[in-house]
Design a protein around this ligand. Structure first.
Ligand code: ATP
Length: 252
């Protein structure tokens, strides 16, 4: 069984078919990437998957469960985490506080047990701290743990976004243009982190990405879109050399 399936999903914006009957499945343990020229519908698919938008047609299935109408705030509890293209962290909190907040938002405890700080709450608090420290170690963020986000370089903030998503223990990680705003060296580092997340943590990744060097470095399979429709699917090199894809990118 595929980890995630999109079956004939579609959505219109005032007459524009932003996504027009797209079907694909993401297999456990792979990095699946959606590419396409500007306006192809990549971000819209991403927002449909993270349940920001409701599809007008089609179905979304995660681990065999229909999630087409599951609201966005319930998605993390199912095991789907996302990052944002334009980084959405609490800038005036430390890196550690941001990650702890992500854990707390993910696993809510009872108001009274928290107030009374019962043994169960204490145990859960230790569990949160251990999980967060593990992610900080994994992504090599120790030196920044007590820094305020606002003082961190952009590249470190992007990795912190990854860290925040990992703190919720996802089965599927959705990455929205992980290379956006990064220089060449930082993009190479991002490729290593994505590979480690897949190979060492066994987390399945679905990403939308423009940078073809990153796409080629990390993707097992690529889906190319244009005008909201699938153009080609295959390995990164198969898709990049596909005549329809070349035509869409070159506009000829
Ligand atoms: P880019 O690479 O430029 O980010 P994209 O492939 O992510 O492009 P989308 O942002 O998904 O493309 O847009 C697909 C189409 O839907 C475009 O024509 C866009 O103008 C339109 N669109 C997307 N979101 C909306 C919206 N909220 N309201 C109206 N039109 C929208």
């Amino acid at each position: 069984m595929s980890l995630f399936q999109a079956e004939g999903i579609a959505i219109n914006f005032g007459g524009i078919k932003a996504v027009d009957g797209v079907t694909f499945s993401v297999e456990k343990g792979e990095v699946f990437t959606i590419i396409g020229p500007n306006g192809a519908g990549k971000t819209t698919i991403f927002n449909l998957m993270s349940r920001i938008y409701d599809p007008s047609e089609g179905r979304l299935v995660f681990e065999g469960q229909d999630i087409t109408r599951v609201p966005p705030h319930k998605i993390a509890a199912l095991g789907i985490a996302r990052t944002f293209q334009n980084i959405e962290l609490f800038e005036h909190a430390t890196l550690l506080q941001n990650l702890l907040l992500a854990r707390h938002a993910h696993k809510k405890s009872n108001f009274w047990s928290e107030l009374l700080f019962t043994p169960a709450t204490r145990r859960m608090e230790i569990e949160h701290r251990e999980a967060v420290e593990h992610v900080i170690d994994f992504l090599d963020l120790q030196q920044y743990r007590d820094s305020y986000i606002v003082n961190l370089p952009y590249g470190v903030r992007k990795v912190t976004e990854l860290a925040r998503a990992l703190c919720t223990n996802p089965k599927l990680l959705l990455l929205d243009e992980p290379s956006s705003g990064l220089n060449v060296e930082e993009t190479e580092d991002m490729a290593f982190w994505i590979q480690d997340i897949k190979n060492l943590l066994g987390i399945t990744v679905l990403m939308v990405e423009h940078d073809m060097s990153l796409v080629s470095a990390v993707s097992d399979r690529v889906l190319a879109l244009n005008y909201g429709r699938p153009l080609a699917m295959g390995t990164p090199s198969e898709v990049q050399s596909h005549p329809e894809v070349m035509r869409a990118y070159l506009g000829g």
